[in-house]
Design a protein around this ligand. Sequence first.
Ligand SMILES: *Cc1c(COP(=O)(O)O)cnc(C)c1O
Length: 384
Amino acid sequence: MNRDGMDEKSIESILTDLKSKDTPYERVLSSMCTYPHPVAVMAHAQFIEANLGDPGLFAGTAEIEREVVRMLGTMYGTSDAHGHITTGGTESNIQAIHAIRNARNLREPNIIVPESAHFSFDKVADVLKVTVQKAELDSDLKVDLSSVEDLINDNTIGIVGIAGTTEFGQIDPIRALSDLALSENVFLHVDAAFGGFVIPFLPDRNKHGRGREYEFDFTLPGVTSLASDPHKMGFSTIPTGGLLFRNSSYLNRLSVDTPYLTVASQQTLTGTRSGASAAAAYAVFKHLGRDGYAQIVHRCMDVTHELVARVRKFGIEPLIDPVMNVVALDVPDCKQVRSELAKRGWIVSITRKPCALRIVIMPHLTSENMRLFTDDLCDVMRTG
Ligand SMILES: *Cc1c(COP(=O)(O)O)cnc(C)c1O
């Protein structure tokens, strides 16, 4: 660290230089994050010093967090959700399995996740010492139910379903998993880190407010917990994750006494926690409302369908018809194609198995820049 303090202007100029090295989102086709909504940024700045780790000192911020949890709960089919704001899907997944592990208290516990599960479940295995078994996928890249059934044994404490897989944007058969969880008496955690702010707003909604085929939340009786990230398609600021439990007994399994705080105990993984995240989520939920989110999701889906139609003309097929705004394109030599695209300034990612070119159509990607992208993609494919 420098000994003498620097003036603000010089620091600002250094930061501006460094920031110019970051990739602008307009060229990023690989991320599930995007520009936060300006209203979220405003609220974040207003609550910058608020620490939800010590909620007695920040009664108003704590009220905001309770309201965010309540709003998320009603979005996911329960008027009585119990949970808190986390730093994101990873922390939510860790704490959900942590609660299940503590509730079951077996010597060698295991859980079953789809092969398509996010790598945060590898962290779950490492941190919690829970064996994570991976179930196979079917030809639609949804978890294969019989594979899950085959893996359940006496040490199984829970199963995980993904509502919006990171790589393929696919939704596991959560109703069937819910039935299985009930009949096997195990917990069901739904990882809707990405899909939580997409699925409820997809077009072609019937009179119940969403496509019946995409039931994924607490309306299904076997679902015990759910992760949904406002900092992805919720347009809140980073870090804002959401972790919800069907009832408080699970959350209480995470309680730790906190003698020197204004409250007696804490159930969160982190101690000091951002109140700014809570305020940002609250503000953007209120500002956009369900219709605002639906409009944005519909626009992303339109761009997604345009992209797929365009690449199909060049003989490129998606692995599955897009369910949400994530597409995996079946291109030969996808690693090579990825690096050729990078030379042209496009950041795409690839999937693990099968290897495909993965594109997340976030709201920062317009029809126009996706047209430029598909032209470059087709050019790369032609010229090799
Ligand atoms: C993004 C994602 C995660 C991890 O969330 P972070 O906020 O990056 O920790 C977990 N699960 C799924 C399905 C995701 O898409």
